[in-house]
Design a protein around this ligand. Sequence first.
Ligand code: AMP
Length: 360
Amino acid sequence: MTLGDKVAPPGGTLGILGGGQLGRMLAIAAARLGLKAHIYAPPGDNPAFEVAASHTTASYTDADALSAFAQTCDVVTLEFENLPLTALEICSGHAPVRPGARALAVTQDRVEEKRFLREAGVDTVDFWAISELLALPEALSDLGGRGILKTRRFGYDGKGQARINDPSEIDAAWSDLNGAPAILEAFAPFTRELSVIVARGLGGEIVCFDPAENRHDQGILRVSRVPGDISQAGAAQAVAIARRIVEALDYIGVMGVEFFELEGGALLVNELAPRVHNSGHWTIEACVVDQFEQHVRAVCGWPLGEPARHSAAEMSNLLGDEVNAWRDLASDPRAAVHLYGKAEARPGRKMGHVTRLLRG
Ligand code: AMP
């Protein structure tokens, strides 16, 4: 058997690069399946450590620590995409890394991601790669005078983004991004935002959870609702696009695919997350097998679980000091409260979430 076919059986060890809340929920799912999680993360507030069988604290550029970590693992996965590709390469000398370096390389860079999507026949907003301030006026006028300038890499939760509504705002937007290589995206006049959590297993089998309708505020997800206000045709189209993307990438694991829905129902893909995704947290309560278990199953080479939803659900993030309402939230008999155990409630920081099962 080659590393490529390797399965992690019960009792085996799943290595997870990244120590945040997604790693924490993955480790909990792994434990439920009799697997041990080994978390690898740099020093800092790493809530995943508290629930894992073991952890390594070291930088993503420490080759010795990465090798030693991967040697303890049957399979290595990630909960965070902004990793150096060399970290994956080092781990893959010792254990299969799923999803692999190609998926990470494509999704780490907003320009590469959009080029890949277009080649795969998937629609996106129009965009320009911008490497210098001088290129911005022409790109902006090509995109109709309005756009969103984003760093190509390392953006999350609306960070590294500046809206430009008028050419007079170009200089300010460019300096907001500190001259980092950027993408200028056309502004999508969306009527709603949706996402699909898709999983592809080791044998190429694909399953999707129902699309969620998402509401963001200042680039940060606030609420996901399922089924939301999504037509059957829209849901089928979103699922078909998500399947096409994971196939084109030969992807293994769970991926979050975010969409803009335009007037008339056309869908554009906004962004791919090569990991479990915040807009899939509702699956913990509303599905037999949730996105975290599904990811563990996929990367460990297990059969995938049934993604069907048994309830409607609404998931709300607890940002910053909203987490202080934990006692009131916990006294709501229909609310499932998840707290991530983070030490400091900085504004906008994801501290936990609450899912309510709805009738229908
Ligand atoms: P992102 O980090 O790129 O997913 O952006 C976060 C949020 O900002 C999205 O979920 C949208 O609400 C908004 N946004 C990002 N890009 C665009 C765009 N090109 N047009 C309109 N809204 C956008």
